[in-house]
Design a protein around this ligand. Structure first.
Ligand SMILES: *Cc1c(COP(=O)(O)O)cnc(C)c1O
Length: 346
């Protein structure tokens, strides 16, 4: 086990299922398996649930009683931080830019923050990385003055390494589930900041898997995220003490849909959400996994994935955001205009 020496606290149900999808396989002409990270447990599953086992494992011995993080007001990361804080008897202070629900009652993940008992603070919209770090550090200092010990969960800090290690662990789990069967041609996964894809690709490379990892960029162009992925993988490999590193050829990045923007739901995405729902009973989140599914279907159509190939789709969760897009997803009507940017999730 690559990650066996890492501090870890158990919250989620592992291994997550690797599920055959016969009706989708038949429709697409491939042999599709879905890795159900959305069923990991904690609050409503997803990739953040698994990685928080390592993040909290690193923090628990240090007397931390408060978790501080910044993200969008539909963030899956913030929702799972709120959930894990509740599970551990900690406090969560969540910083979100602006009030994205325009005075209406909050929906989706933002509603769950409240139900889970997190303290939500609205900070100025449009902060750059330095501004985000400063806002988080301000909360940490404020906690210290009140005699509390806060940890900032930000990808620039240990959280970025823990997130990557979480998916090295997932890679090992997936590799074991695939052993004995036909070799997978490719593994499709969403790329936001890139820790999840970095960990998956690093783990599979380290294990000698023949599968091509295909990262589908959600909002940043490939040339921006590729060096980040290599950096995340290198930091994780260093902590794990393994010699494997990721290079340019180890991950295929597809960024056709990055330019439509974070959280923008277009008619081709609505179409693929309905396809997966109606042929597998699986509702993909509109922000991340709908784009991954779109890229997969398009790759099959253009021959990037050959007919009959065994393909793994890693469903990283994020379903609460669905409820924030009701006007575009309801009924059988053709979707109209793209969603407002403020419907963005994370
Ligand atoms: C955060 C998130 C991702 C992306 O993870 P990164 O490590 O930032 O690339 C993918 N899918 C869902 C549902 C997420 O919430």
């Amino acid at each position: 086990m690559i990650c066996q020496d890492q501090p870890r606290e158990r919250f989620v149900h592992l291994p997550t299922p690797l599920e055959p999808a016969p009706r989708l396989s038949e429709a697409l002409g491939i042999d599709l398996l879905i890795k159900r990270e959305d069923l990991a447990g904690l609050c409503v599953g997803g990739n953040k649930a698994r990685l928080l086992e390592f993040a909290i494992g690193s923090l628990r011995g240090k007397g931390v009683d408060t978790l501080v993080a910044y993200a969008s007001d539909q963030s899956n990361k913030l929702r799972d931080i709120a959930a894990v804080a509740a599970r551990c008897g900690m406090r969560a202070v969540l910083l979100v830019p602006g009030d994205g629900h325009g005075g209406e009652p909050p929906q989706g993940n933002r509603l769950l923050f409240d139900i889970l008992g997190a303290e939500v603070r609205v900070v100025a919209p449009g902060l750059d990385r330095a501004g985000v770090m400063a806002a988080q550090e301000q909360v940490r200092d404020e906690c210290a003055r009140a005699g509390r010990r806060a940890a900032v969960l930000d990808r620039m800090l240990d959280y970025g390494v823990d997130a990557t290690i979480g998916y090295v662990d997932a890679a090992e789990e997936l590799h074991a589930q695939l052993s004995g069967g036909p070799a997978p041609h490719s593994v499709f996964i969403a790329v936001g900041a890139g820790m999840t894809a970095a960990g998956l690709a690093l783990g599979l490379k380290h294990l000698g898997s023949p599968a091509r990892v295909v990262g589908v960029c959600i909002s940043s162009p490939a040339e921006e995220v590729a060096p980040e992925i290599e950096r995340h993988a290198a930091r994780a490999a260093e902590r794990l003490g393994i010699p494997t590193r990721l290079g340019a050829g180890d991950l295929t990045l597809i960024d056709d849909q990055a330019a439509i923007g974070y959280g923008t739901l277009t008619p081709p995405l609505v179409e693929v959400i309905r396809l997966f729902a109606r042929l597998h009973g699986l509702v993909l989140d509109p922000v991340y996994n709908a784009k991954v599914a779109r890229a997969l279907v398009d790759e099959v159509a253009t021959g990037g994935v050959p007919k009959g190939a065994r393909v793994v789709f890693v469903n990283t969760g994020g379903s609460p955001a669905t409820y924030n897009y009701a006007p575009l997803l309801a009924g059988g009507v053709a979707p109209g205009r793209p969603a407002r940017a403020s419907m963005a999730a994370g």
